[in-house]
Ligand binder design. Structure first.
Ligand code: CMP
Length: 140
């Protein structure tokens, strides 16, 4: 299986509760390696741009407000089949549907405050990584 990259965000509900390390440990235990990481305060423009695909959805405004409500940790993760591996350990978007042993089951507060974001395809991973990182910030 090929080693690939995916993009992850540890969301404001998790940074607020000091869960950056706990979430990262679950990612690492799932076979993912953090090859880039930075804690940032997203601007409204960044959040709107990042989630532009959702701009017609009824929850878009609240999602943007939530994502700028505190710091986030943006990360590039590397591993075998990284997109799927990350989505498996994140669990379902809605924590009520998330399986035992997943990050969202362990930590998410709601469908909005769901602790982590992860790319849904290799193509989107490339786009999302490029949105936040220069290539020289990624050290495998
Ligand atoms: P994420 O993987 O970051 O992608 C879009 C986000 O929108 C999603 O996680 C949720 O946190 C958030 N969201 C808020 N409400 C909904 C909803 N009703 N359905 C799907 N996603 C939602």
């Amino acid at each position: 299986m090929a080693v690939t990259r995916t993009f992850s965000i540890i969301k404001p509900d998790a940074t607020r509760r000091n869960l950056t390390g706990a979430v990262t440990k679950m990612l690492e235990d799932a076979g993912l390696r953090v090859v880039a990481s930075k804690r940032i305060q997203m601007t409204k423009e960044q959040a709107e741009g990042f989630y532009a695909v959702h701009k017609e959805r009824p929850f878009f405004g609240e999602l943007v407000d939530f994502m700028i409500s505190g710091p986030v940790v943006v990360q590039v993760l590397e591993g075998e089949d990284a997109v799927k591996r990350n989505r498996d350990v994140m669990g379902a978007t809605n924590p009520a549907d998330a399986a035992d042993g997943t990050i969202r089951k362990a930590f998410a507060e709601s469908i909005e405050a769901n602790s982590v974001h992860g790319s849904d395809s290799d193509e989107n991973a490339r786009i999302e990584i490029d949105f936040f990182f220069d290539e020289d910030e990624i050290v495998g």
